[in-house]
Design a protein around this ligand. Structure first.
Ligand SMILES: Nc1nc2c(ncn2[C@@H]2O[C@H](COP(=O)(O)OP(=O)(O)OP(=O)(O)O)[C@@H](O)[C@H]2O)c(=O)[nH]1
Ligand SMILES: [Mg+2]
Length: 457
């Protein structure tokens, strides 16, 4: 069955860098620090919107990045915050982490939002690093890069309109005429076994998704034929395109009686299906004798207050005006179905599960790599050219338990340690255990692994 899905790559905006700046006063050679903070980068947000019906657009444009935060400036001026990037998706979109398939959320209500890639934090300006012994910090933090990941989106069905009718009336032939869908078409009943979906281009903003479901017969609502299970799909479709065979069909049937059969099956399945907006499409108007039937059906529809279109799926006659009219109706129904009040539950922010874990990988006897989202970001936010900044980073890493994890993994002085893009020489500070154990919360206890290198080899 057709599944509406897309895979997109999302990147939060980078945080702006903090500023390392000092007051300049006429008679003071170097005033106090006054570097402003960098602005936070924008988040990438998915928002469910009832006016959006398909994920198709996300198959064409797949990379999305939110705005970056501006850098901080001197005179305590903070950088501006980057704007969030809000991507609208249909209500009912299931969002998953693109690599692991982990469920992030199910956007079930209009207006519901999820942050799928957080913008980076802005770097702190040098004013934040003043201590009694460091009156004039020469460094500021760099901005944190925005998160980036693949996200997969999936919308199971649904169509705006469904072609419904007895077997062999030409539902599959019509969807093939209206869209790029290429279902099986044949002369015998029950040719279509599973629903087909097609996207119909009815002009700007008027495109819609149409479903061709297997033919229904008398008793379908009680399980007769193959159509039973598919009545459930029609439940969620805004508009029913009721197709009748103007040629009288394979048994010389009366199209008006046929409309009655389908109406009764819809009503028997669910009372509200009988109330669903519906248009009647008289198909096979090219066949001899069809025009007389068409005139009768038109008259009947007028009396019943239903819109009627006479078409031929084979010659294409009448199909274009029918498609335009259906596009307008779908558009109007969609607009009317948008709830006036959006349901705003608290915006859910996706946080990757392994964010706080510190992992030490021994890559060779004297080379170690430390992995962990939070730790790697500390390194990326450090200006490695500034000695003072590097010293500050080392203390932070030590506090986060990196040194202990390295010693537990067997690192000794002089070994090479890499974190993110940076490598340095390991040098134990000594006394770390006693000093740091106390204020380290349990959840941050580093997890040590040694994959990648087997000491016995
Ligand atoms: N002359 C003529 N024949 C048509 C037209 N539309 C469909 N047919 C024929 O009618 C037969 C049935 O067409 P389908 O499109 O398979 O009908 P269906 O409603 O999808 O049938 P099921 O899937 O069995 O429910 C085929 O032989 C088609 O070629 C039409 O406009 N004119
Ligand atoms: Mg069919």
């Amino acid at each position: 069955m057709f599944v509406d899905e897309a895979r997109i790559h999302v990147t939060g905006g980078n945080g702006g860098a903090g500023s390392a700046s000092f007051r300049r006063e006429a008679h003071v050679p170097k005033g106090g620090p006054n570097g402003g903070d960098g602005g936070k980068g924008g988040d990438v947000v998915l928002e469910a919107d009832a006016a959006v019906s398909t994920l198709l657009d996300y198959r064409y444009k797949r990379h999305f990045k939110a705005e970056r935060g501006q850098h901080g400036k001197g005179a305590d001026r903070d950088g501006a915050v980057g704007a969030d990037l809000v991507l609208k998706v249909p209500v009912g979109t299931v969002v998953r982490e693109g690599e692991t398939g982990e469920l992030i959320t199910d956007l079930a209500h209009h207006g519901q939002r999820v942050v799928v890639a957080r913008g980076g934090r802005g770097g702190l300006g040098n004013t934040h690093f003043v201590t009694p012994t460091r009156r004039a910090p020469s460094f500021a933090e760099l901005g944190e890069p925005g998160e980036e990941r693949w996200v997969s989106l999936e919308l199971k069905l649904l169509a705006d309109a469904a072609l419904v009718g007895l077997p062999s009336v030409g539902k599959s032939s019509l969807i093939a005429r209206m869209s790029a869908a290429r279902p099986k078409i044949a002369d015998y009943p029950f040719t279509t076994l599973v629903p087909n979906l097609g996207v119909v281009d009815a002009g700007t903003d008027r495109s819609f998704v149409v479903a061709d479901v297997p033919g229904l017969i008398e008793g379908a609502s009680e399980g007769a034929g193959l159509g039973h299970a598919f009545l459930r799909h029609i439940e969620r479709t805004a508009l029913i395109l009721h197709v009748v065979d103007l040629s009288g069909g394979y048994e010389g049937r009366d199209p008006i009686a046929d409309i009655g059969v389908i109406d009764r099956e819809l009503a028997a399945h669910a009372a509200e299906l009988a109330e669903r907006p519906q248009v009647v499409i008289g198909n096979k108007c090219d066949v001899e004798g069809a025009k007389e039937n068409s005139a009768r059906v038109a008259e009947w529809c007028e009396a019943a207050g239903r819109r009627y279109f006479q078409v031929s799926a084979v010659t294409g006659e009448g199909v274009a005006p029918m498609v335009r009219a259906v596009g307008e109706m779908v558009h109007a129904l969609r607009a009317a179905s948008v709830p006036s009040e959006a349901v705003f539950e608290a915006t859910y922010v996706y946080e990757p599960p392994r964010e706080r874990i510190i992992e030490v990988v021994r890559e060779s006897p004297h080379e170690y790599r430390v992995e962990g989202g939070r730790i790697e970001r500390m390194v990326i936010m450090t200006d490695m050219a500034n000695e003072e900044a590097v010293a500050y980073l080392q203390r932070k890493l030590q506090r986060a338990g990196v040194e202990r994890a390295l010693i537990e993994a067997g690192a000794s002085d002089g070994d090479t340690v890499s974190i993110g893009p940076v490598s340095f020489e390991f040098e134990a500070s000594g006394g770390y255990a006693a000093a740091e154990e106390a204020d380290l919360p349990d959840e941050e206890t580093p997890h040590v692994s040694q994959e990648g290198y087997d000491a016995d080899e």
